[in-house]
Design a protein around this ligand. Structure first.
Ligand SMILES: Nc1nc2c(ncn2[C@@H]2O[C@H](COP(=O)(O)OP(=O)(O)O)[C@@H](O)[C@H]2O)c(=O)[nH]1
Ligand SMILES: [Mg+2]
Length: 287
């Protein structure tokens, strides 16, 4: 069986687990056409996938992936010409990537996983932290009547860095030993696209506009990434929170009422105008 490994990377809360949940539902349910299809199950392997897919079907937000709880999930699939492929991806806690940025450190187990052949980079399109100017922030605080301390330095912390700065660093680390394995394919997944599509931009235009540093880094080809940008709505809208006393969302209720849950999924970009097929980027990454 040809083994393909794809690594899912992204800062915390970028949509990684939701993607895996929707993908597993799609593969097992077969209620829409997909390029890659289910082949065989490996015993004991699917518990985590089944759990997250069940939560996804119920339109419930995924629990935060436990810190230290890296789960290597693999799916035995077949491609268009019935060739078996095993796709392995880790559900690595986003904290691991945060640690690489903030502490310049990474566990050896994760370093090994990061040497996968294809990279899926998740970016939550609605929570991008843009670069900010101190003068603007001060002016804003003052106009809101907040108490601004004059002449006092605010200590900087790497976590305050804009999203695009953190992501470019992460991409550069993947082309630096010990993580470097040569040029690779990269699919950029702008998640929660349902929140972003109202702006009328294509995923590529969105990347250029909201994350210009990352877009330039990729366009210049400095690290040799062969890349594509997708807009992904893996839920179709907002899901119910898992908090006990949380109000149910009207949107989640509507999504639950769809006959075929897979049709909640919308993916644009790549070779297709619009599809429910989450295996399209995987198939491209394996190409
Ligand atoms: N509106 C919307 N929210 C999403 C979508 N995908 C993920 N989210 C939300 O984004 C947040 C982070 O998702 P999660 O998959 O847990 O991210 P992870 O930490 O990278 O595994 C959660 O609140 C999700 O419900 C989507 O397609 N649409
Ligand atoms: Mg997660």
């Amino acid at each position: 069986m040809s083994e393909h490994s794809i690594v899912i990377i992204g800062l915390p809360e970028s949509g990684k687990t939701t993607f895996l949940a929707a993908l597993w539902h799609l593969i097992m349910e077969r209620d829409v056409e997909t390029i890659l299809r289910f082949h065989t199950l490996r015993a004991g392997d699917a518990t985590h996938l089944n759990e997250i897919a069940a939560r996804w079907r119920d339109a419930k937000v995924q629990d935060r992936t436990a810190v230290g709880g890296t789960r290597l999930v693999s799916m035995n699939l077949v491609d268009e010409s019935d060739r078996p492929v095993r796709v392995t991806f880790p559900d690595v806690p986003g904290e691991a990537y945060r640690r690489m940025w903030e502490d310049r450190d990474c566990e050896s187990e994760i370093a090994e996983i990061l040497q996968a052949g294809g990279v899926l980079l998740f970016i939550h399109s609605d929570t991008i932290r843009p670069p900010k100017w101190v003068v603007d922030e001060v002016a804003l605080s003052k106009s809101l009547g907040l108490n601004v301390l004059e002449g006092e330095a605010v200590e900087w912390h790497p976590r305050l860095a804009p999203t695009q700065v953190q992501l470019v660093d992460l991409m550069q680390l993947l082309r630096t030993p010990p993580l470097d394995v040569g040029p690779r394919r990269l699919a950029i997944m702008l998640s929660a696209w349902d929140k972003a599509s109202g702006e009328g931009l294509t995923p590529q235009e969105y990347l250029n506009t909201k994350l210009p540093l990352l877009a330039q880094y990729l366009r210049r080809g400095a690290d040799g990434w062969v890349w594509r940008t997708y807009g992904l709505s893996a839920q179709g809208g907002d899901y119910d929170s898992v908090e006990v006393d949380a109000e149910p969302m009207a949107e989640a209720k509507e999504l639950r009422s769809l006959d075929r849950p897979s049709t909640r999924i919308e993916l644009i970009g790549g070779d297709v105008a619009k599809t429910h097929d989450l295996t399209e980027p995987l198939s491209w990454l394996m190409g």
